[in-house]
Design a protein around this ligand. Structure first.
Ligand SMILES: Cc1cc2nc3c(=O)[nH]c(=O)nc-3n(C[C@H](O)[C@H](O)[C@H](O)COP(=O)(O)OP(=O)(O)OC[C@H]3O[C@@H](n4cnc5c(N)ncnc54)[C@H](O)[C@@H]3O)c2cc1C
Length: 486
């Protein structure tokens, strides 16, 4: 074997060929290319991961494999821990460099990336991580964050490479769920994954669905098609955030376009990076409260009966139950509804946010750790800095499902309850509710008690101020230096 020259492009949550910085960099070397995806048993067994996530990955890999084969270098798919897979490929063809995108994920993927970096270092293989989002590794100051983000977003998109020169490595079969040791999941509806579906969603949103976006965002009735529905594609990188941003900007300049709606959408794209930056700066928040004073607020062991009622969608509050059941069946709901169910779990049921966060991560087809954990903490009142927001499930139903369409669809036991009592079915006779339970808690009393408990802690820690100040004050909780420097 001569001097190794193969460039591995390790695809992770960037399953596309357009605007792919790692692919572009590998192609620029002129050396043979080995595009690789690895199903990792340790991540498939991770408590945040469920079959629906792997099904979306399989959708995306089907597209990616076809696109890469068309360009000349079919996608190589393997199952195993990444370092083992790379080691075997290196022995087979001689790897000169591994290219991937920076991943802002959970501690498990962070540690995995660190292991890959160490393996590369040991064997003298270059390890290049490229940027694809506005979240920054080792950010020194939040003051320059927006400027740095926009600088990345204003750079030209990477075009699809004209042609790729592959290697002799056999691509390997596309695994089935069974091969991955996963049980198929029964869902009533699952959004389709992959670059083709992602682009269709992006174009349909930006050209047809965007007018009224800001008004349609909250209700599960209007949000289903009124939201962009790009979260699944952003989470798996089947469409690049930079491309979505660039196309939205271009639309903004066109005459007669819904500017207010596009602006609201652009703000949310920025929030995505803003929240992921929180996880990057404080990676422990996947497990511990941002503010340590709130760590012992709730018992670590959940009240099992309350957790079971939450998972079954049997809390006795129709809007909460309808959202929970719809999530289990479809994997998606609006921001407002996610906030309401998290608030209900954390304040009304006083469940540990870590437990609820894991249940929801497995349900959300768009699970994105960088948004998920900061939002779960915010909606649970444990950051020590955000305004306390406890959602009233009856009000949310009246505001966002006034005609009862959504609730009647997902809670059919309430079919005989008249509309005027649909948000408070406990006021009807039990035989009208066909087994639907009484409320598991009294919302007003539970909310008042939660407020009291949280206020007590807040008073103790008043004056801690910004995230930076909290992290500064509780210095031992800062991310380990290795994560920051790399
Ligand atoms: C408790 C909780 C957990 C959440 N977990 C996730 C998650 O795991 N994955 C996820 O993608 N979103 C999460 N969100 C944020 C939000 O609810 C979803 O991004 C949104 O509902 C996805 O639908 P969409 O793509 O149609 O969004 P749109 O409203 O069309 O927004 C466009 C994109 O902007 C980003 N975005 C939207 N709202 C927010 C927000 N509040 N904060 C940060 N970024 C935002 C997302 O990337 C989204 O795809 C969570 C919200 C809460 C309250």
């Amino acid at each position: 074997m001569g001097r190794p020259d193969v460039q591995v492009v390790w695809f992770k949550r960037d399953l596309r060929v357009r605007d792919h910085a790692a692919l572009a960099a590998a192609v620029n070397t002129g050396a043979p290319l080995l595009p690789l995806y690895v199903f990792e048993p340790s991540l498939l067994a991770h408590p945040h991961v469920s079959t629906r996530h792997s099904e979306l990955v399989l959708d995306a890999l089907t597209d990616l494999r076809e696109n890469l084969a068309h360009l000349g270098a079919p996608l190589v798919i393997r199952t195993g821990e990444v370092v083992d897979v790379l080691h075997a490929l290196h022995a087979q063809v001689g790897v000169a460099a591994v290219h991937s995108h920076e991943e802002f994920g959970v501690l498990a993927t962070w540690n995995r990336d660190r292991d890959v970096a160490a393996w590369c270092r040991k064997l003298g293989i270059a390890y290049r991580e490229h940027r694809q989002t506005g979240t920054m590794r080792g950010l020194k100051s939040r003051n320059t964050w927006n400027k740095q983000r926009l600088a990345l977003f204003s750079q030209p998109l990477h075009p699809i490479p004209a042609a790729l020169r592959g290697t002799s490595v056999a691509p390997g079969p596309m695994p089935t769920l069974n091969d991955l040791g996963l049980e198929p999941e029964t869902m009533q509806y699952r959004q389709r994954g992959g670059e083709t579906a992602g682009r269709e969603t992006m174009f349909s949103f930006l050209t047809e669905r965007v007018p009224g976006y800001e008004r349609n965002l909250s209700s599960p009735n209007t949000g289903w098609s009124g939201c962009s529905r790009l979260s699944v594609h952003l989470a798996l990188g089947t469409v690049s955030a930079r491309e979505i941003h660039a196309r939205a900007q271009r639309r903004h300049g066109e005459p007669g376009v819904a500017r207010k709606s596009l602006q609201a959408f652009g703000e949310r794209l920025a929030w995505r990076d803003h929240f992921a930056q929180k996880l990057e700066d404080a990676p422990f928040i996947e497990e511990r409260s941002l503010h340590p004073a709130f760590d012992d607020l709730r018992p670590r062991q959940p009240n099992q009966a309350a957790l079971d009622a939450f998972i079954r969608g049997a809390t006795g509050y129709p809007m909460v139950d309808a959202v929970l059941r719809s999530l289990a069946a479809t994997g998606w709901t609006t921001f407002r509804m996610r906030s309401m169910i998290t608030s209900f779990a954390s304040y009304d049921l006083w469940l540990p946010w870590q437990e609820t966060g894991r249940v929801l991560a497995r349900w959300f087809t768009d699970y994105e750790p960088g948004i998920h954990w900061p939002q779960i903490q915010m909606q649970s009142g444990v950051t020590g800095m955000n305004a306390l927001r406890i959602y009233d499930p009856v009000k949310q139903q009246l505001d966002h499902d006034a005609q009862g369409t959504f609730v009647r669809r997902w809670v059919p036991e309430l079919r005989d309850v008249p509309l005027e009592l649909l948000a408070t079915p406990w006021l009807t006779a039990p035989e009208q509710r066909h087994g639907y339970p009484d409320p598991i808690v009294d919302h007003t009393a539970a909310a008042a008690q939660a407020k009291r408990r949280i206020s007590l802690v807040r008073e103790r820690v008043r004056g801690d101020g910004s995230t930076a100040a909290v992290l500064e004050k509780h210095g031992s909780r800062r991310p380990p230096p290795a994560r920051r420097r790399r």
